[in-house]
Design a protein around this ligand. Sequence first.
Ligand code: ARG
Length: 588
Amino acid sequence: MSSLASKLTETVAAAFAAEGLPPELGHVTVSNRPDLGQFQCNGALPAAKRVGANPREIAQRVADRLAADPRFQAVSLAGPGFINLSLTDAVLAGHVDGQARDERLGVPKTNPPRRVVLDYGGPNIAKPMHVGHLRASIIGDSLRRIVLFAGDEAVGDVHMGDWGTPMGMVISEIARRQPDLPYFDPDFTGPYPAESPVTMEDLEVLYPAASQASKADPARMEESRKATAELQAGRPGYRALWQHFIDVSIAGMKREFDSLGVRFDLWKGEAAVHDLIEPMVEELEAKGFAETDDGAVIVRVAEEGDRKEVPPLILVKSDGAFTYGTTDLATIVDRRQSLDPDLGLYVVDRRQSLHFEQVFRAARKAGLNGKSDLEHLGYGTMNGPDGKPFRTRAGGVMKLYDLLDTATEIGLKRLEEAHLAEGYPEEERREIARRVGIAAVKFADLSNNPSSDYVFDLDRMLRFEGKTGPYLQYAAVRAKSLLRRADGQGDAPGTILPAANEADRALMLQLGQLPDAVRNAYDKRAPNELCDFAYALAREFSRFYDACHVLSEPDPARRASWLGLAALTLRQLELALGLLGIEIPDRM
Ligand code: ARG
């Protein structure tokens, strides 16, 4: 099955072909002038240009062919040659009824399935996770769900930053504060204590202190660098201490990601590929892809036709250190060896686009990526209401945990204002508020095109009116409650009948669009397509709900048909919101 528009595209394309015109011009979309027709095709205009004829005449010839098709209730022309199409109510209802009978709601799988590695989240060890990592997590997790639903295999990798100078900074800071720990004793023969000498909270203090000290004092910076180099070279005490950082940080991150409903299949980091780096660099040098330049080892990646300069990728700096680019390149090797994916999709801040351009070019040049396509989906900045990168009132970057707490508190207030969840047990109210808070944050993020900046405004995103997560949850809860009440009076969803009025007809048209929304979200890596769809569906459902008095409808077949529409609406909202990572409460 597919969407109505794509089914009609086949029909109209055939009519174009029968007129000796390019069939790809028979593309049909849902009409932006519903008063003129349900669908439109604007292909007669470019067709006329190609064959040097009058567009209106071409449109008329195509329209005459279509008018003979009994599925159309109306075929008309508008303007210079737009073709408007409306289906008969029977065809429309038949299509929607078919969707309701399909387990996948009419959404086809991608063909053939691909193995996709998604790289998102990207928090850094020893540093607290902040709202800056929020976008990567939310967008990446939604894409993982979309890719999975499309029938692909998805592997989400958190790709932690766990191997750079910050690690050496924290090690040398601890060495100053607690020099007697066995980790710093070169003669210690182990085993090292199983318990971490630092907690997540300690790290949150240690890292900023170490970083400031290193910035202020070149000697401290040198100490940090040396500790980093020794850690990477495998000094046992440093490795053991570092492993504690990893363990406590991952525990903390898992808690935060869990509470946000974001999940990963792999918890790998930069360090995981350390042992692949040397052989990789040697191979690249031996094969002539890398060269020595001023003491550094680089891969030249500039290409003819570059409009801006693309500097070489530095693999080894003149002081012997590896770079962020080196680990990313080695990660491509690691993923090829362990997973051999068809696609690597990186959901990382747009400001890193040059970095990924360099890494991808180097990988392709040397064939390190195997059969894998490489794509960077660069997201924009989350700004505060002042238009500057988001900060808390105190000026710091807000932590994820605090953010979700705040969202839950506002959610509770909003439930009260809207007289929702009244009289429910306190625990259930809090759980609803928590879901509302997360839905608000996720939907506000996902409803923008990933590449654009957006304003993070908790008060606005937590409203129950307008294009918000809570509004969509509310629409779905309303459908649930309608179905529950119907069940209570012995009514169940049944066959969807031809429309009875404008409102149920419009709802059916909207329901017919789901496959296109899912397809577009997948093809364009754009969860916002699903947000737009879900919002349009919720609005049509709300009009339907007001216009059609389902439970008191006297005709049992009509009642069952309308319940069928409500049930299908609910399943579509559940699917769309599910792909966005948003949970729907049972009631509110
Ligand atoms: N840790 C990095 C940061 O905080 C993001 C990592 C993104 N993924 C990657 N493969 N480079 O900026």
